[in-house]
Write a protein that binds this ligand. Structure first.
Ligand code: FCB
Length: 456
């Protein structure tokens, strides 16, 4: 049976500035926390940095031609804050803005809708030196930057996302220390989470004020699809703790203007949350038009303690993540499309009036170009097929899902894993920059052309 998606369903692909652009010191761009982190020995595998990445900055035309060939209706990219406002200073860099203006114009000429994310983890280094996301001032700076971006691109970009995955920015960056800026301080991580929420709300207000036309405003979260290991009160409580600090820490302030009470109780030994000022939660809950969901795999949670440094303040010492057998990607992430369905249905029930976009979904595998020049990636195709089938099932269950963005267009700099993990549907030979569409790219083009999944 062919699973057809509704007319107007948005078929996209997603990337992020630091992962693809390169040109790290060109046209006035200054370092972000990821430039600093990746240059710090031992932080990123193999000492890789985003200095050149996929060289998208110089190959933007070629990359948009590829997107057009695939038939993408939408393209989700992020702006590099320190390319737009080098050193965090104003006025904005004309060259930086010209790059994004050129990108957006070229997309529109190709008939592809630009979806711009303002923050995909690359805080200007200067702001980290002033305290970074644990400080309120960073949220205020972010709203100023949002206004600059809206002023420069708002006549062409109709969909804006404030933040990508604030959970990772706060808890991997300031708690577990495995992402930039590499701090390990649970209190700082919780402060960062609040100030990221505040940054989102203030930016939504700034965008609405600065955009010349009504636009679609959104936030992208990596919501965790959680399952108890055993159906016991202890394991269900472990799920509750992870849900509080993994999901509701963002969903409750953004959609309900409140902090989860259990989160405040769970974290009482770390902070009293006095950094949440009067009026903050009203600002955080400024209405948005759509919620972006990034999904890769579910997590199975049990009561217990874990040995590894925890990015879960308030849950450490109470939870563990048992290893569950089954197929895995090259990231060692389980392949389990039911988690996507469960997550979408949960959001249907909890946020019935909020339209959804899947803003990231995809898989890393150890791809290589065969001697004839092809890149055969049947496992990725199977992964994508299963997840699109889950999305289709969710549509059938009444989920208001508007589109799907495949992560990622190109193999790229996969954060702390460097260039070792390939998520692209287009293979990149990093020494030369040569692009080769993988079998999955042709498969996705066929899905888009037929408006749904081919029979399997
Ligand atoms: C997400 C990130 C994205 C990419 C994928 C694999 O958490 O938003 O940049 O690294 O994971």
């Amino acid at each position: 049976m062919n699973a057809l998606f509704p007319d107007g369903f948005r078929w996209g692909s997603a990337t992020a500035a630091y992962q693809i652009e390169g040109a790290a010191a060109e046209d006035g761009r200054t370092p972000s926390i990821w430039d600093t982190f990746s240059r710090t020995p031992g932080r990123v595998r193999n000492g890789d940095t985003g200095d050149i990445a996929t060289d998208h900055y110089h190959r933007v035309r070629e990359d948009i031609a590829l997107m057009k060939e695939l038939g993408l209706t939408d393209y989700r990219f992020s702006l590099s804050w320190s390319r737009v406002l080098p050193g965090g200073r104003r006025p904005a860099s004309q060259k930086g803005l010209d790059f994004y203006r050129g990108l957006v114009d070229e997309l529109l000429d190709a008939g592809i809708r630009p979806v711009a994310t303002l923050y995909h983890w690359d805080l200007p280094q200067e702001y980290e030196e002033e305290g970074g996301w644990p400080e309120r001032a960073t949220a205020e700076r972010f709203a100023e930057y949002a206004a600059v971006a809206a002023g420069a691109l708002g006549d062409r970009v109709a969909t804006w996302t404030t933040l990508n995955e604030p959970w990772c920015a706060a808890f991997l960056g300031y708690g577990a220390g495995v992402h930039a800026p590499g701090r390990t301080d649970d209190r700082a991580a919780l402060r960062a989470a609040h100030h990221l929420n505040l940054a989102h709300g203030l930016a939504v207000q700034a965008l609405r004020a600065a955009l010349p036309a009504p636009a679609e405003l959104s936030l992208t979260l990596n919501l965790h699809a959680l399952r108890p290991y055993a159906d016991t009160p202890e394991d269900r409580d472990a799920v509750r703790r992870i849900d509080a600090v993994g999901n509701r820490i963002f969903l409750d302030p953004v959609f309900h203007g409140r902090l989860p009470e259990d989160l405040v109780a769970d974290t009482a030994g770390i902070t009293d949350w006095s950094f949440v000022h009067d009026g903050d939660l009203e600002a955080v809950s400024t209405p948005i038009d759509v919620l972006g969901v990034n999904y890769y795999c579910p997590a199975v949670v049990a009561a217990g303690t874990s040995e590894t440094p925890s990015p879960w303040p308030g849950a450490a010492g109470h939870v563990r993540f048992p290893y569950v057998p089954g197929p895995r990607t090259a990231m060692d992430w389980p392949v389990d499309a039911d988690g996507l369905y469960e997550l979408l249905v949960r959001l249907r029930d909890e946020l019935p009036h909020v339209p959804l976009l899947i803003t990231e979904n995809g898989a890393a595998y150890d791809d290589y170009a065969d001697p004839e020049g092809g890149v055969h990636d049947p496992e990725r195709i199977a992964y994508l097929h299963a997840h699109l089938a889950a999305a289709h099932r969710a549509l059938g269950a009444g989920v208001d899902l508007r589109g799907y963005f495949l992560w990622s267009l190109l193999d790229n700099f996969e954060w702390a894993y460097g260039y070792g993990k390939r998520f692209g549907i287009v293979h990149v030979d990093f020494p030369t920059g040569r692009r080769t569409p993988k079998d999955s790219a042709r498969w996705y083009a066929d899905v888009i052309a037929r408006g749904g999944l081919p029979p399997r």
